[in-house]
Design a protein around this ligand. Sequence first.
Ligand code: HEC
Length: 227
Amino acid sequence: MPDVIRRACIAAGLMLAVLWPIAALAQPAAGEQPVDQVMLSGDVTVARGTVVGEVVKFDPAEIAKKVKDYTLDLPADLVAKYTGKPAVIATSVITAELADIGKKLPPPMTPAEEAFDKVMKSVSAANTALQKGVSESSLELTKQQTTILKKNFMEAQLFFKNRGTADATGWAQDAYKFVDAIETAAVAGKWEDVQTSTKSLAGMCSTCHAQHRERMDDGTFRIKGSS
Ligand code: HEC
């Protein structure tokens, strides 16, 4: 794919930015000697930027060993030309606007995963408000949030059931039960019991997240093993 091979002037020497899915072109620092640059993937041009990565001697076998999920895509003449020259295996390409365009983008979510993501964002907001309600012993605020959380954990239970994830289905069900217990105790004015169940609920968040939640390169969360 010759259209993904570009040459420009850079400060650091030949640069092989082995990035997925996009890479960037960099410009020389003022006054420095320009050298050839080859980018192996991507179609984004960055006027100025910072490249973070490992400096290696370019060798196709070495690149294959170091970057497992990347297939070297350079014509033979360029491989010959650059073999033995310094190269950078970039882990980050940070633009002047401080965006890191070298990160792997997570795969798109399925509609069901997207719906579940909204459920979790709602759980998060309701849980924060619930803690406030509990700390103030406010029945009104507590009940508002338990109503939302019960609906959310019902949806979560259904989501994991459809997905065939038995442990998470059980944990969503347990979370529902703790929310229900919080509500019952709050209505009865037993705020110590409310506190206890609130702690148990927080434990369910951690238990399920440890097993099924994954933080992506871009800082967003996904379900482990999602498509
Ligand atoms: C039965 C499993 C399960 C339980 C219980 C659970 N979560 Fe989650 N949560 C997940 C999974 C899986 C993700 C990652 C999927 C996603 O974010 O799209 C997630 C994501 C999140 C996120 C990130 C949302 C985002 O995308 O920004 C927050 C915040 C969150 N959960 C809060 C909570 C809180 C607070 C509780 C407890 C009150 C809780 N969760 C209980 C499974 C669970």
